[in-house]
Design a binder for this molecule. Structure first.
Ligand SMILES: [Zn+2]
Length: 209
């Protein structure tokens, strides 16, 4: 694309759900002057790359979580929808950002035949609220560096920071810029650090291969 002597680009993510639904999201956009290139202006910069990764991650996770929740909402005995009890939010910490997801709780089905429990489908698939990959990479880095250094260094290359709670609308530019951390997120980060510190001591006592 070009307009007014400026080269413009945008990255669009197309998601096809298992139920046939299709979503299209803009995950990155930018512009470059048409001339006067230098090595520094060629291609993507680190921050642009991180913002795109964070936006892709946010949309992918949201779709997967929604699919899991709707499949769990269906009663496996009568096929009816379990009633919605409430809707909360949970954060998933991953190498590609902290993704805020909708976490509905469903009450027992009215048929009374299936399980009488209230279920939280999101808690079933992300009980630790972080991906094993994130935990593994931070533990590996943390074995060689003090934790905050490890996280800072990882943050140089990965969009670890928080992502906006709500998706930006189309046309509002690249997503994934890091807003201030909420107290809850900070508390979660501290809890995670404690657990990862234990992982580090295990890691450090394992001979390198
Ligand atoms: Zn039922």
């Amino acid at each position: 694309m070009s307009a007014g002597g400026v080269m413009r680009w945008r990255v669009v993510l197309e998601l096809a759900g298992a139920d046939g639904t299709r979503q299209v999201h803009e995950v990155g956009a930018g512009e470059r002057p048409p001339a006067g290139h230098t090595a520094a202006t060629l291609g993507l910069g680190l921050e642009e790359g991180k913002a795109i990764l964070a936006a892709v991650q946010r949309h992918l996770v949201a779709v997967q979580i929604d699919e899991h929740c709707s499949s769990r909402r269906r009663c496996n005995r009568c096929g009816a929808q379990r009633p919605l009890k409430d809707l909360r939010r949970r954060g998933l910490t991953s190498l590609f950002g902290v993704v805020e997801v909708r976490a509905p709780r469903f009450g027992p089905c009215r048929c009374g035949v299936a399980s009488r429990r209230t279920i939280t489908p999101v808690a079933e698939i992300m009980p630790d609220r972080c991906t094993p990959e994130y935990e593994r990479v931070v533990a590996a880095m943390g074995a060689a560096l003090p934790y905050h250094r490890a996280l800072t260094l990882l943050g140089e290359f990965f969009p670890l920071g928080g992502t906006p709670l709500r998706s930006k609308q189309r046309g509002s530019g690249p997503c994934g810029s890091a807003p201030g951390s909420s107290a809850r997120r900070w508390h979660h980060r501290k809890r995670l650090l404690r657990r990862l510190r234990r992982a580090r001591s295990r890691w450090a006592s394992t001979p390198a291969t």
